[in-house]
Design a protein around this ligand. Sequence first.
Ligand code: MG
Length: 156
Amino acid sequence: MRVGLGHDTHRLVAGRPLILGGVRIEHPRGLLGHSDADVVLHALTDALLGAAGLGDIGDVFPDSDPTYKDCDSALFLRRTLERLGHEGWRVVNVDVTIFAQEPKLGPVKDRMRRHVAELLGIESSAVSIKAKTGEGVGSIGRAEAIGCQAVVLIDQ
Ligand code: MG
């Protein structure tokens, strides 16, 4: 068994869709990035790569590659799961914490949980999605950014 930790932060700006855990959320602002900037799927991808000792998301999916411009970040997760699968790894469970002052994520946490479980090919009982505000402190607390931390357990 191996454990992996992932972290990501993206700036919250006008004129971009907000996509978290592969779920589109109605909000006047979205996350800025080369891809769709889904901090949840980025943190999960990094956690999986870390657990398997395969580098980080920037090594494997560089933002200099035009293939990934505005792409659905599920692509990063799928490709990473394929690589882990080739090495005999399966995902046991994931635990995710999203840091967002806005929007309120309570109403969409369950949709995210089911969607992430589907992407990972595991039961939704093995996926945890938690949300915290920044308590008004720092860039996340000022709603300038959204952050995410993910922990995964994989088994060979
Ligand atoms: Mg990212």
